[in-house]
Design a protein around this ligand. Structure first.
Ligand SMILES: Nc1ncnc2c1ncn2[C@@H]1O[C@H](COP(=O)(O)OP(=O)(O)OP(=O)(O)O)[C@@H](O)[C@H]1O
Ligand SMILES: [Mg+2]
Length: 244
């Protein structure tokens, strides 16, 4: 379970509200998708939940734990984080990138070898071809898939993903969507995905959260958005992206 209450982030001398008093919950084992136009506060929200950015105010809970009771490094280990544009370390190989945290946690090399191989297969990359490559030798979509594998490495109960399927062509994206939903029926993780693709949000999310200018304008499922748009902005946003 992830729960966010009255979360706010204010930047700079002009008091710019990047995230403006938002509250939502992602129930255990479910997937929520945050969607919205560029600059509406999606990444800032995810980074606050992960404590890469400290909120100006508000409460963040993961299961029964309150973020304020932890130091950021220990808090972060509770959740896998797939950052926008993959964020791989350029001087490390694919394998070293995936197992970075496991090395810090001093896992056995035999465990690391097996798990890296199986995760590469999960994201559709042949381990014998890819595990020794460097990020610069990968396409954008391949880097994203390594980012997903890295977040899954320590099998965290919570996953935060910032546009994880953004740089993929429709065919690869669809097959990864499918693997991802199948995987989660088994793993039952609590997942928060940022996307700017409404079709993707409806397909993957049990709940879709639409943001605009730092605020949540509507949260619900596909039917809520199509049949009961909360505002004209929602109507236009949905109308522009979905041909009904
Ligand atoms: N360090 C910062 N200082 C000042 N303003 C910032 C800072 N970081 C982000 N912002 C602003 O906060 C707003 C929200 O940024 P954020 O990265 O959360 O957007 P986003 O919804 O993820 O957009 P995109 O879809 O383009 O990734 C933007 O207007 C951005 O310019
Ligand atoms: Mg972003």
């Amino acid at each position: 379970m992830i729960s966010v209450k009255n979360l706010t982030k204010i930047y700079g001398p002009d008091n710019y509200k990047a995230v403006d008093n938002i509250s939502f919950q992602v129930p255990e084992g479910s997937i929520a998708c945050i969607i919205g136009t560029s600059g509406c506060g999606k990444t800032t929200t995810l980074k606050m939940i992960n404590r890469l950015i400290e909120p100006t105010s508000g409460e963040i809970m993961a299961y029964n734990d309150n973020a304020k009771d932890y130091n950021p490094i220990h808090w972060r280990r509770k959740m896998g984080f797939v950052i926008q544009k993959a964020g791989l370390l350029p001087h490390l190989t694919v394998k070293e990138n995936i197992c970075l945290l496991s090395r810090i946690l001093k896992r056995k090399e035999t465990f690391i070898d097996k798990r890296v191989e199986s995760l590469l297969e999960t994201v559709g990359l042949d381990p014998s071809v890819f595990k020794s490559r460097y990020p610069v030798e990968l396409s954008g979509g391949q880097q994203q898939r390594i980012g997903i594998a890295r977040a899954l490495m320590e099998d965290p109960p919570i996953m935060l993903m910032d546009e994880p399927f953004g740089a993929l062509d429709p065919i690869t994206r669809n097959s990864l969507h499918e693997e991802f939903t199948n995987l989660n029926q088994e793993l039952k993780k609590t997942i928060l995905i940022v996307t700017h693709d409404l079709e993707e949000a409806f397909k993957l999310g049990d709940q879709v959260i639409l943001m605009d200018q730092g605020k949540i304008v509507q949260a619900g499922n596909k039917e809520d958005f199509l049949k009961r748009p909360a505002t004209n902005f929602v109507k236009e946003f949905v109308g522009d992206q979905i041909n009904t």
